[in-house]
Design a protein around this ligand. Structure first.
Ligand code: FRU
Length: 468
């Protein structure tokens, strides 16, 4: 048996090997949450994109199912089944996605239908929307939802003249679609285009999430705006980052059966391509988050409440006052869920090497304007990206935090509803330790994160082992 790669997350969804990017086709149907995702089953790089498929009854127990969609040789998606979403209607799942072919610049919108819960799919013979509207220079990533008795679709785009846009279509029957013009556009030059537009309604208000894409550098960051729609045009507040970390992109929304809006993103790698090739895998989905809209229009996120069900053994509990000397809080595992409170200029250090030279810091820094997550010393391997990233400091003396650490991913949620996602690559072996430092008061309590993911890909190997 190969030793398990310590950077592989256990609770963040991804297959054990190869490439993963955007979450796709998020839908609840017949008692199951379905999370599809962009997946190259044959290598750790972006190419030959399929739709992989996870399923869960409760957001705690997950199962990796067989690949859902694969490119059809010679077909409209010959070079990839790119991103989109899915809806449940009339006893079937309909996946809306875009077909990649290297020989055209746009990705036509097409569909596939499943009548067995996402195991097998039938693709339509010709694309549903073969051509982008005139005046478009980028076109992909459908998002379909039902509103006020009709079906609606946004498509990520860029318009001639350099404006990113989300284009709106409507349909009475999922088959015949009418183009209604841009739902919302960004400032000229703000991004080469918007990818993966997502739209959540909260009564008569709406939240639009778009992923900013750059021609030269690819994925940039994710912006969110809230506002009102009138006759197919969205009037919104100025965009703000949906996530304050460097490693978060292309999130997608799911309407849970109880009406909550849940969101998963893609946490790409923050290390060199040669290290990725050595590791044999790239990317993971974030943990699911609940998205809410405050009265003042602020979009808030917190870990889905179901994730409390992943906590098992409590591994640490400490409170104290810091006056400059660090305080050791004890050992933690490589996947844990931490609740903490910090005041003043206190912070937490996750020490990942025996000689204390490798660590990830999370600290209050009044001057830097907030809560800083610093990976400057988080890997002794120079192939890992560095840098410190700030979250706006919540307006409270004592900052309550939830921190989810999983192999090489950290998600930091201060109580105010902001979030920061970051990748880091510790190299030290031996136990990880948590330390409080700075000045101020702290409280921390941590639990092991249980992995409850069944990888069907492993079952044949496990079966063979049992038989021997
Ligand atoms: C976003 C994205 C989408 C595209 C897909 C391809 O990360 O570039 O725009 O459909 O990934 O994998």
């Amino acid at each position: 048996m190969q030793p398990v790669d310590p950077h592989l997350p256990v609770a963040h969804l991804r297959p054990l090997r190869n490439w993963v990017n955007d979450p796709n086709g998020l839908v609840f149907d017949n008692g199951q949450y379905h999370v599809f995702f962009q997946y190259n089953p044959n290598g750790p790089d972006h190419g030959d994109i399929h739709w992989g498929h996870f399923r869960s009854p409760d957001l705690v127990r997950w199962e990796l199912l067989p690949v859902a969609l694969a490119p059809t040789p010679g077909g409209d998606d010959a070079d990839g089944c790119w991103s989109g979403n899915a809806i449940a209607d009339d006893g079937r799942l309909v996946a809306f996605y875009c077909g990649k072919r290297a020989d055209r610049w746009w990705q036509p919108i097409t569909t596939a239908t499943s009548r067995d819960g996402g195991y097998t799919w039938e693709k339509r013979a010709r694309p549903l929307i073969p051509q982008p509207p005139a005046g478009t220079t980028m076109y992909r990533d459908p998002y379909v939802w039902r509103q006020d008795g009709r079906w609606r679709m946004l498509v990520g785009a860029a318009l001639e003249g350099g404006r990113p846009a989300a284009l709106l279509y409507e349909s009475p029957d999922l088959e015949n679609w009418t183009y209604l013009g841009p739902f919302h556009t960004g400032a000229p030059g703000e991004a080469a285009g918007w990818e993966c537009p997502q739209y959540a309604t909260f009564g008569d208000r709406g939240v639009l999430v778009v992923s900013h894409w750059d021609l030269q550098h690819g994925p940039q960051h994710v912006a969110v705006t809230s506002g009102h729609e009138e006759h197919g045009r969205f009037t919104a507040s100025p965009p703000v980052p949906l996530d304050h970390g460097p490693d978060f992109y292309a999130p997608a929304l799911l309407r849970a059966p109880d009406g909550r809006w849940l969101l998963w993103g893609w946490a790409p790698e923050a290390r060199t391509a040669d290290w990725v090739r050595e590791a044999g895998w790239s990317g993971a989905l974030t943990l699911p988050r609940e998205l809410t809209l405050a009265d003042d229009g602020t979009v808030c996120q917190r870990p889905a409440r179901e994730l409390l069900g992943l906590r098992t053994r409590r591994i640490l509990r400490a409170t104290g006052e810091l006056t400059g000397s660090p305080v050791d809080l004890g050992e933690v595992s490589r996947a844990f869920d931490l609740s903490a409170t910090l005041t003043g200029e206190s912070g937490l250090r996750l020490v990942t090497s025996a000689d204390d030279t490798e660590y990830l810091d999370i600290r209050l820094e009044p001057d830097a304007g907030g809560l800083v997550v610093d990976r400057g010393h988080a890997s002794r391997d120079p192939r890992a990206r560095r840098g410190a990233y700030a979250l706006p400091r919540p307006r409270a003396d004592a900052v309550d935090l939830r921190i989810l650490v999983d192999g090489s991913i950290v998600e930091v949620y201060p109580a105010g509803g902001q979030v920061l996602t970051l990748r880091f690559y510790p190299t030290g072996d031996g136990p990880w330790r948590l330390r409080a430092l700075g000045s101020g008061r702290f409280a921390a309590e941590a639990w092991d994160l249980r992995a409850d993911v069944i990888h069907r890909e492993l079952l044949p190997a496990l079966d063979a082992r049992e038989r021997n």
